[in-house]
Design a binder for this molecule. Structure first.
Ligand code: AMP
Length: 358
């Protein structure tokens, strides 16, 4: 059933993604309730109501479920058990199976390979001996990552031509938690596809964006990406295969490495709206945020056509001080997240420079 205007959508997580989802929901006539432990969170300013509680607080989740017609989330590290418990009360989209696939890098790669998609080679690492064996297999090169709770490059270490001397004590230094070693991918560029699947199984995808990361943090997304039509097609097809395999409802972000021959390797999936899709807010009639709200509300998906080429850049830490200057530019769409403190590495906002066609 389609959610009528005036219905209430619950959002677990109150960061900038929740903030922008709540804004998009409001434009479609919905109310939103955000569950988030931080009082001063970015979404608090744009939602109808804020339940200040931990993501796994059963009582608070129950309250959210009772007060909402549908529940969604803005980040992938919501405890799956807590979401499953909610499911008995209220519709939850995307499905928790997507969280299972996205929360653990080992399960994610198993899932992707099972869906017929290429990933970097990988090995589970649970001690220094595993790491030594895996690095040897990969010729001394690889990226070691925590299996769970890694984001923005946190919990990662790169090895180049590493020998046993380089790995002594690394498992403990990484926190003694389950790890994964990925083979190092010599990619030409990184792209992502933001795609959506409606409750009726309809799928739509935006044009792939070309992404630049620095210190593990996304810095810019450029559209169009410098890839062939065949590579763009393959990226959309891969996103579709993932959405169907998960019987997904909502927006997903799929990140890829593009190799020299144009072939693709899936890096990771994010079962939510994604930073590399922020450009859609400025360059498309229907943004990724509205698309997600449409999907979970059972509305028809929007057209993903882009009216302009564009470059989205994140404002990280002090870079946010440039905001007044940026506002002087024509064809620039600025979005600040209302965060009080510009700590280093913290995403404070983003802007999209549009390059209108002709
Ligand atoms: P992730 O958090 O897994 O998205 O990794 C952050 C960034 O590190 C990626 O966007 C890449 O730029 C780089 N990276 C991650 N994994 C690999 C890999 N297996 N090979 C080469 N670069 C990688």
């Amino acid at each position: 059933m389609t959610l009528p205007a005036g219905a209430t959508i619950g959002i677990v997580g109150g960061g900038q993604l929740g903030r922008m989802l709540a804004m998009a929901a409001a434009r479609l006539g919905y109310r939103t309730i955000v569950l988030e432990p931080h009082a001063d969170c970015p979404a608090a300013a744009t939602c109808h109501r804020h339940i200040e509680a931990a993501y796994d607080d059963r009582a608070a989740l129950g309250e959210l479920g009772n007060a909402c017609d549908v529940v969604t989330y803005e980040f992938e590290n919501v405890p799956v058990d807590a979401v499953r418990a909610l499911e008995g009360k209220v519709a939850v989209y995307p499905p928790p199976t997507a969280l299972d696939a996205a929360q653990d890098r080992l399960a994610e790669k198993d899932f992707l390979n099972g869906a017929g998609l290429a990933t970097a080679p990988y090995r589970a690492v649970d001690n220094d001996a595993d790491l030594s064996a895996a690095l040897q297999e990969f010729g001394g090169d690889g990226v070691l990552k925590t299996r769970r709770l890694g984001y923005d490059g946190k919990g990662q270490r790169v090895f180049r031509r590493a020998g046993d001397a380089d790995i002594v004590g690394v498992f403990a230094e990484m926190g003694g938690v389950p790890l994964i070693l990925e083979g190092f991918v010599a990619f030409e560029r990184e792209i992502s596809v933001i795609a959506a699947r409606g409750r009726d199984g309809t799928i739509s995808a935006y044009d792939p964006a070309e992404n630049v990361h620095r210190d593990g943090i996304l810095r810019s997304s450029t559209v169009p990406a410098r890839i062939s039509p065949a590579t763009a097609h393959a990226a959309r097809e891969a996103a579709s295969a993932i959405l169907n395999a998960l019987d997904y409802v909502g927006v997903i972000g799929v990140e890829f490495f593009v190799l020299g021959d144009g072939s693709l390797i899936v890096n990771e999936i994010a079962p939510r709206v994604h930073n590399s899709g922020h450009w859609t807010e400025a360059a498309c009639p229907v943004s990724q945020f509205e698309q997600h709200i449409r999907a979970v509300a059972g509305l028809p998906l929007g057209v993903t056509r882009r009216h302009s080429d564009c470059v989205m850049e994140n404002l990280v830490g002090d870079e946010v001080l440039a905001a007044p200057k940026l506002l002087e530019e024509a064809n620039l769409v600025l979005h600040l997240y209302g965060k009080a403190e510009a700590r280093p590495g913290r995403k404070m906002g983003h802007f999209t420079r549009l390059k209108p066609k002709g």
